[in-house]
Design a protein around this ligand. Structure first.
Ligand code: HEM
Ligand SMILES: *[C@@H]1O[C@H](CO)[C@@H](O)[C@H](O)[C@H]1NC(C)=O
Ligand SMILES: *[C@@H]1O[C@H](CO)[C@@H](O)[C@H](O)[C@H]1NC(C)=O
Length: 528
């Protein structure tokens, strides 16, 4: 009851405040669609429709910078212009991750890397980066193989009991356990054992977390999400920590903290006994013991870092593997066979040198594997939006001028501090000039023909000139980890199985639950 009154009060104040502020806008000349609702602006188009659709339409009609409305007529720019995106993402901390998105980071993972900002973020990032270099990634390959093989053996057991040597699997569930075990072993040298034990508490808490916690956000949910920015962060934190509707997230936090504390104690023990492991987490605890006081992580931060890696490195890869294997390869048996042929010939090459396991270098020398990997990540970017707020006045440069409302060409956009943008990963990834005229089709061949994808202007995106892993100081720290894991899982799956589609596949939609989740049409519950 009290919360409800508080909310209504907040809404009224916000409406007045925003109305006054929006009267004279510095962005007035930028074109964009008319909002269908004053209260919600374009929030429903942006966040409720099947992922990406609205942005593709706006990009086609208005170009790569579009002015849209959020609640009560506030403005936001949707940006897919390559140069503009690069500028915004790669100018240090000039543009900050939006406070509401940071709060979502706090709710899912605590005050770790995904929450930290400015100086704190620099400190966190510096301590975390060494765990994710190419050499470390190579060390993780055997872990990925072991987890993918363990999942495959489970499947084989089930299939052997079926009459016709085939079986329908819910890939998301199985993969979710396998990738959880993989991140556990790689980052913490800890075996969650969730592939074989489906009752594992942590694994259960994290199963489909994004879809469970955020679902298809309701109108009220969207409104709150948008207005949270007007509330001081301490108040916002208090409200969320006491909101019974966020029970799923509170539960995950509780379970995660318990496991993290246990892990920290174990790592400290091993370090003291002189037998430390070589996982990412040990190096964090270790640096805490050796680094100067100022660069250390507090215990709360160490706990949050573990939860950050679990959350950031688990559902993202699960869903990407699903799009790749269960969707694109299942629908295209011919492509699947071609890839299997490439895998077989690489196996022979590896056997010739007296080995059995693939190295990163072997993956690199597999053109089709890389082509499908890039195309999957281009076409199905799991993180759809990058929310940023200008921390100072700035001028956004453009690759291509846009036409203003007055008909005049705009070549750069001066924006005041506080301007909010949504970097659209999905729209950028469909850029016709960079990726070709058929950018709206899934076609791995584009990566096989030299010169077809224009990657010469290095825009600072870490992988294949795609916006999928963002760029700059807040780019995805785990992109190498993710690519290696995706490739390993696909190789192991194709070595063991033929993947075929089921009738449900035609009803799969790219649902937006703040990130993009594959869901069967109508089966992702609306928030109540
Ligand atoms: C296909 C899989 C993945 C995709 C598409 C992806 C995408 C992204 C994107 C777009 C961001 C920036 C978000 C923003 O600034 O709003 C991000 C950040 C992050 N990712 Fe990933 N990611 C993936 C896998 C992983 C993995 C495997 C890990 C860890 C093992 C990871 C850990 C993180 C962390 C910790 C951040 C926050 C970085 C910071 O704020 O400094 N991600 N990811
Ligand atoms: C890490 O350092 C902080 C600050 O000195 C300290 O409070 C904390 O107990 C340390 N944690 C571990 C696990 O060593
Ligand atoms: C794509 O990128 C180029 C620059 O590389 C830019 O000129 C163009 O406006 C972008 N947009 C589309 C829709 O192709």
């Amino acid at each position: 009851m009290e919360t409800a009154t508080l909310l209504i009060l907040c809404l009224l104040v916000a409406a007045l405040f925003l109305f006054k502020n929006n009267a004279s806008s510095p962005l007035w000349n930028i074109q964009g669609p008319k909002p269908s609702s004053f209260i919600l602006g374009h929030l429903r188009e942006l966040l409720q429709r099947p992922a990406g659709l609205a942005e593709f339409e706006w990009q086609r009609i208005y170009g790569d910078v579009v002015r849209i409305r959020t609640s009560f007529g506030s403005e936001q720019l949707v940006v897919s212009d390559p140069k503009a995106l690069q500028h915004i993402l790669c100018s240090g901390y000039k543009w900050r991750r939006s406070p509401v998105r940071r709060e979502m980071g706090r709710l899912t993972s605590g005050k770790g890397l995904a929450w930290a900002d400015g100086e704190t973020h620099v400190r966190h990032r510096r301590l975390m980066t060494p765990g994710f270099r190419a050499t470390e990634t190579q060390k993780f390959l055997p872990i990925f193989v072991a987890c993918a093989e363990a999942m495959s053996s489970e499947w084989k057991k089930i299939i052997s009991k079926s009459g016709d040597q085939s079986c329908v699997f819910d890939l998301t569930d199985h993969l979710s356990h396998a990738t959880l075990d993989a991140i556990g072993l790689a980052a913490f040298d800890y075996d969650f054992g969730s592939i074989s034990n489906h009752e594992n508490e942590l694994a259960k808490a994290y199963e489909g977390l994004t879809a469970k916690a955020f679902r298809a956000p309701s109108n009220m949910g969207l409104l709150m999400l948008d207005l949270f920015r007007l509330i001081p962060s301490t108040v916002m934190e208090f409200m969320n920590d006491h909101n019974p509707r966020l029970e799923t997230l509170h539960h995950v936090a509780h379970v995660g903290k318990g496991v993290a504390k246990q892990l920290i104690a174990q790592k400290v023990d091993e370090i003291e006994q002189g037998t430390p492991d070589t996982d990412i987490y040990t190096s964090l605890v270790q640096s805490n013991l050796s680094e100067s006081f100022k660069s250390r992580l507090s215990d709360e931060e160490l706990v949050a870092q573990m939860r950050t890696l679990l959350f950031g490195g688990h559902e993202t890869t699960t869903n990407s593997i699903c799009w790749w294997a269960a969707y694109e390869l299942a629908r295209n048996p011919e492509l699947q066979d071609q890839l299997r042929t490439e895998i077989k010939s690489t196996e022979r090459k590896i056997a010739d040198r007296g080995e059995f396991e693939f190295t990163l270098n072997d993956y690199e020398e597999m053109p089709l594997l890389n082509a499908i990997c890039k195309e999957t990540l281009r076409f199905h970017p799991i993180v759809l939006h990058l929310f940023r707020t200008a921390n100072e006045d700035d001028v956004i440069p453009l690759s291509k001028p846009i036409v203003g409302k007055t008909g005049q060409l705009i070549t750069e956009i001066p924006v005041p501090k506080g301007t909010r943008i949504v970097g659209s990963c999905s729209a950028y990834n469909r850029n016709l000039t960079i990726f070709g005229e058929d950018a709206h089709e899934f076609n791995p061949n584009r990566w096989l023909e030299p010169g077809r994808v224009k990657t010469e202007d290095n825009l600072g995106f870490p992988y294949a000139n795609l916006a999928t892993f963002a760029a700059g100081v807040r780019s995805c720290i785990g992109w190498r980890f993710a690519v290696a894991e995706l490739q390993t899982f696909i190789v192991v799956l194709l070595r063991n199985f033929a993947i075929r589609d089921t009738p449900e596949l035609t009803r799969i939609r790219r649902e937006s639950a703040l990130t993009m989740v594959p869901a069967i049409e109508g089966e992702l519950d609306e928030e109540v």
